[in-house]
Design a protein around this ligand. Structure first.
Ligand code: MTE
Ligand code: MO
Length: 357
């Protein structure tokens, strides 16, 4: 956790090439994450796209394939909604032993207000055929891969969504927090897939391909997948829904607090397809739990801020703070890490050590 952390304009640099920036989660102080604090995850160089030259192609198992440009897209009926994005590798640097991948701490997550056109609008225009099952979203970015198991040559970043989900609530966003998408976040257009880990929220969208069978692209199977067990058989399943999680913003790991004082412990909690109904905090490493207050209203597909006043012990020493979330589907967080999740979906209980003195 406390490795060297280079900050750039208030974000932790987790990688330069490709660019990966993390929000210092201890800076959480409002429901909406400002764009300049929002984490950035890229796999390839950020494409420089001229919106006047850009086209979005809608094709595949549709009656009427078409292309649409930026201007035309902006004329369609839009909506604005807050959605929380979390990288499937968020919290990876808590894993022991260390695993490969970007060493995210707590801040590969954020909530922005997204404005755009429902994917359903474009699917309706294209007239999806009855045999259609999934929708592939393809980015403009791509390149050669380094993993031992890889296709040769260039691969585009692409992911698929089941047709029902694509129609239900996937947004094609051109604005983030009221301004045009910045290049880092997918200008001119990105998908927002509510409730799913953010690898599905494809940036720099260039193609929407409707298909009649499950997509088995690189980022759907070899990467961004986990082992789903049927007894002794394990099959690779694509990552989809975010797992229930609460994170503590303050006090942060290693922070010092005074004995016999009142400290505000606060953070955020989220889930997918439901709402957070309770957040509990333990200040003794999980032995006893207290219920935190949930702040404001529950908003679907967005995190819920929470807080609790902690009366610190009269004795100096180290204390382990642990938060856990419970959602309306009865989902909560596992105590132990499930190794079948590989390097993703990290939502087991994570203690934060603070020093009382
Ligand atoms: N085209 C494209 N889309 C992408 C990615 C990418 O590298 N290329 N990264 C994905 C991953 S893994 C995450 S976590 C989110 C990050 O979105 P952000 O950079 O806006 O926070 O974008 C997703 N969409
Ligand atoms: Mo991610």
């Amino acid at each position: 956790m406390q490795q060297d952390e280079t900050l750039r304009d208030g974000r932790i640099v987790r990688g330069e090439d490709p660019l990966n920036l993390e929000m210092p989660f201890s800076s959480l102080d409002q429901f909406i994450t400002p764009t300049e604090s929002f984490y950035v995850r890229t796999h390839f160089p950020i494409p420089a796209i001229d919106k006047d030259e850009w086209w979005l192609h809608v094709e595949g198992a549709v009656e009427r394939p078409f292309e649409i440009n930026y201007e035309e897209l902006l004329e369609l009926k839009s909506l604005t909604t807050p959605v929380t994005l979390e990288c499937a590798g968020n919290n990876r640097n808590f894993l022991e032993p260390k695993v490969k991948g970007v060493q995210w701490g707590l801040g590969a997550v954020g909530t922005a207000e997204w404005t755009g056109v429902p994917l359903a609008t474009l699917l309706d225009r294209a007239e999806v055929k009855s045999e259609a099952r999934e929708v592939i979203l393809e980015g403009t970015d791509g390149g050669a891969l380094e993993e031992p198991k890889r296709p040769s040559g260039k691969v585009q970043f692409a992911r698929s969504i089941p047709l029902a989900k694509a129609r239900k609530d996937v947004l094609l966003a051109y604005q983030m927090n009221g301004n045009d998408l910045p290049p880092q976040h997918g200008f001119p257009l990105r998908a927002i897939v509510p409730g799913w880990y953010a690898m599905a929220s494809i940036k720099w969208l260039q193609r929407i391909i409707v298909i009649d069978r499950p997509f088995s692209g690189y980022y759907q199977t070899l990467d961004y997948a986990f082992w789903k067990r049927r007894g002794d058989i394990a099959e690779l399943a694509p990552l989809t829904e975010m797992q229930t999680k609460a994170e503590i913003a303050r006090p942060a790991q290693g922070e010092m607090v005074s004995v016999n004082s009142k400290v505000r412990v606060h953070g955020a909690a989220w889930t997918s397809d439901g709402e957070i109904t309770k957040v509990e905090l333990s200040t003794d490493g999980g032995a006893t739990w207290n219920e935190a207050s949930l702040i404001d209203q529950a908003i679907p597909n967005a995190w819920r801020l929470w807080e609790l006043e902690w009366r610190t012990p009269s004795q100096a020493g180290k204390q382990m703070l642990v938060a856990r979330a419970i959602d309306s589907r009865g989902g909560t967080q596992p105590v132990e890490r499930d190794p079948d999740r590989g390097t993703y979906m990290i939502n087991h209980l994570l203690p934060i050590e603070v020093e009382v003195r």
